[in-house]
Design a protein around this ligand. Structure first.
Ligand SMILES: [Zn+2]
Length: 363
């Protein structure tokens, strides 16, 4: 290992902690700052720290999609201004690696410039795209006997299985409408708890439920393989962005649920909004400006970033399509966050696809 820098080379507290996390213990003094105790970094580890701190650490969400505000490579000179405590660190990274840091011009698709997604936002154009989604995504099965979980905050009668059925007043969630109630659940208990947006004060209960027959579900977590299609006309990218977006997307996801129900499905399997927080996955990762979802060899990697949730149509407990295995009280005894740092001073208004006059070139 050829040491180029160490964690003690840095002044910015967050960058220093990121470098401590990534760097390795090695004997000897750092060639730059002389520290014997700093965690050592070679070129590859510096690139990894820089990517985490400057790229991931400036990730900015738009209505759909997200893109980093800062990017770096070995071809450009540094053109960003850093706060005074970070400035010397930036110089040290530059000198040690030749990397230049600059404001990134995202590709249009990264911030929601995806044709099927734009069509879905337009009531006059969305119908055919919804039909395509229902037709092209594969059917998945929740097999009879397979267990999943449903969490309730402070139910009136915690021991009554009916309390864990679809909520009586449907229409407020990601998939449900007044005429299409949906029971939400997941096989990942951690995600269930996050989806409920619980606090330490909440009285929490979990019902372990199992399907009483094989349930046929539209699997929206599938990576749709599309030939001769770019991100700009990708239905896969549209659906991926849709389920990682907030409540402004519900109007659309509810229509997909209605379409699936009309096509005879018992429900849908959909990507949890909290997938990336649960798996630590980076949103909308690219290689050379192309989404990793487009590379068949990265399919397993991308799939592993997504946590599937279940949305079952109707009132499955009352209808008997799922049966409770038991109900338990949940006590949260520890909450832990994974933390990365980023620089300050790089906030900006979210990108909007309509602000792009033309497709910007990859820097
Ligand atoms: Zn050092």
């Amino acid at each position: 290992m050829e040491i180029s820098l160490c964690s003690d080379c840095f002044q910015d507290p967050g960058l220093r902690m990121d470098a401590e996390r990534v760097g390795i213990e090695a004997d000897g003094a750092c060639p730059v700052c002389g520290s014997a105790t700093g965690r050592k970094l070679d070129q590859q580890l510096i690139a990894s720290v820089a990517r985490s701190f400057f790229v991931w650490g400036t990730m900015s969400r738009s209505d759909y999609g997200a893109a980093p505000i800062v990017q770096f490579n070995e071809h450009q000179k540094t053109s960003i201004d850093a706060p005074p405590w970070l400035e010397p660190d930036l110089r040290r990274i530059e000198e040690a690696t030749g990397f230049g840091f600059f404001l990134y011009g995202p590709r249009l698709w990264m911030v929601g410039g995806v044709e099927p997604l734009e069509a879905l936002q337009d009531p006059a154009q969305r119908e055919p795209v919804i039909r395509r989604i229902v037709a092209e995504y594969p059917a998945g099965t929740l097999a009879a006997g397979e267990v999943f979980y449903r969490i309730r905050k402070g139910p009136a009668r915690p021991d009554d299985a009916a309390q864990y059925d679809s909520p009586p007043a449907a229409g407020g969630g990601r998939l449900d409408t007044p005429d299409n109630p949906v029971m939400y659940g997941s096989q990942d208990l951690q995600v269930c708890i996050r989806e409920c947006r619980v606090t330490a004060e909440d009285e929490l209960y979990v019902a372990s439920l199992a399907a009483t027959r094989d349930l046929k579900l539209l699997d929206l977590t599938h990576l749709l393989y599309e030939e001769h299609v770019t991100e700009f006309d990708s239905v896969d990218m549209a659906v991926h962005m849709l389920f990682l977006a907030g409540p402004h997307s519900y109007e659309i996801t509810r229509l997909i649920a209605q379409g699936a129900r009309a096509a005879g499905y018992d429900g849908v399997i959909y990507p949890s909004y909290f997938s990336l927080l649960r798996t630590g996955g980076m949103p909308f990762e690219t290689a050379y400006g192309i989404s990793l979802r487009r590379f068949p060899q990265a399919a397993g990697y991308e799939r592993a970033k997504i946590i599937p949730n279940l949305g079952l149509f109707g009132r499955p407990v009352r209808e008997g399509t799922v049966a409770p295995r038991g109900i338990n009280r949940i006590v949260l005894d520890r909450v832990e966050y994974g933390i990365r740092f980023g620089p300050v001073g790089f906030d900006r208004e979210p990108w909007r696809p309509e602000d792009f006059s033309e497709e910007p070139s990859e820097a």
